[in-house]
Design a protein around this ligand. Structure first.
Ligand SMILES: [Zn+2]
Length: 293
């Protein structure tokens, strides 16, 4: 009797996991938390259960939107900086995650013994909001790539950063202020991006981030010391002044798609990046000037 109950419990927890997994996928496809009908429709059309616990998904993959490339630099000031092939660039600051962390750490500090479950609930809520943010951002970036005829997204491989961390070079991951954002958060984001991009026929390539923050993306000069002033990369050689994260993103992009030799990109290139913020009212990313909340 007890064994039977145990195996039932095991089956139930497995089903729960499968349920969560399906829910997550549907959620990322339709953009809101799926209801019962949407889940059933999705299961009927997408899933094939070979047995109770293994499910396979057949994804319809589109043609690539184009042949252009975009470089993505992930970081802690701007969660993502994007450098497109034609020179325009976009920044996605962490404003929303920072506000959440501030709010939830305040709430956690106020917890007392009267409700021992409350800290767990708060942490779960914060984590769910972060997951939602990552889903929304990766979906938004893929849509931007579709709009810009991008066929290849080049993302810095963050294992290089962990190396840098040890040698105290490049980005300093210890200084995030209050924001508790581990390197696995970037891995998780990258896999969400890759999964969503694949559906639209876009390839995600990971390249080493080595020297991408030290080199000038315009003339290629590599400096010994990183001269970044207030988030700007300044090159003494060609006098380029660029947003440091955008400069990194462009170097990442060039690892897959080098610029033709000798092409002068110093004139007006790497112009002012557009900044996108998460709009809490609409739940989507919008240009900074349109975000009121
Ligand atoms: Zn330069």
């Amino acid at each position: 009797m007890s064994d039977d109950l145990d195996s039932l419990g095991f089956a139930a927890s497995k089903l729960w996991n499968v349920g969560r997994w399906v829910c997550d996928r549907v959620w990322s496809e339709i953009g809101h938390i799926p209801g019962h009908n949407e889940l059933t429709t999705y299961l009927k059309s997408h899933e094939r259960y070979d047995d109770l616990f293994v499910c396979k998904v057949e994804i319809e993959v589109s043609e690539a939107p184009g042949e252009k490339t975009v470089g993505v630099d992930l970081g802690i000031n701007n969660f993502a900086a994007l450098a497109y092939e034609d020179g325009h660039s976009e920044l996605y600051p962490l404003n929303c995650l920072k506000q959440d962390d501030y709010y939830f750490s305040k709430r956690l500090a106020q917890c007392d013994d009267s409700d021992p479950e409350q800290p767990t609930r708060l942490n779960q809520k914060n984590s769910a909001r972060r997951t939602h943010y990552f889903h929304t951002l990766s979906k938004h970036i893929v849509q931007r790539c579709v709009d810009e005829d991008v066929g290849t997204i080049v993302v810095g491989d963050l294992s290089g950063i962990r190396e840098d961390e040890k040698t105290d070079e490049s980005k300093n991951w210890g200084k995030h202020g209050n924001l508790d954002l581990h390197s696995w958060a970037f891995d998780r984001f990258t896999s969400m991006l890759a999964y969503k991009a694949e559906i639209d026929g876009i390839t995600v390539k990971q390249v080493s981030e080595r020297d991408t923050s030290k080199s000038c993306s315009c003339c290629g000069r590599k400096r010994k010391a990183n001269r970044v002033e207030r988030g700007l990369y300044v090159c003494d050689e060609c006098e380029t002044v660029a947003n440091a994260d955008v400069n990194g993103a462009e170097n990442i992009r060039q690892k897959v798609s080098p610029n033709p030799h000798g092409e002068d990109r110093s004139n007006g290139w790497l112009a002012q990046p557009s900044t996108f913020l998460f709009d809490k009212e609409t739940g989507v990313f919008a240009p900074q000037e349109h975000v009121t909340s």
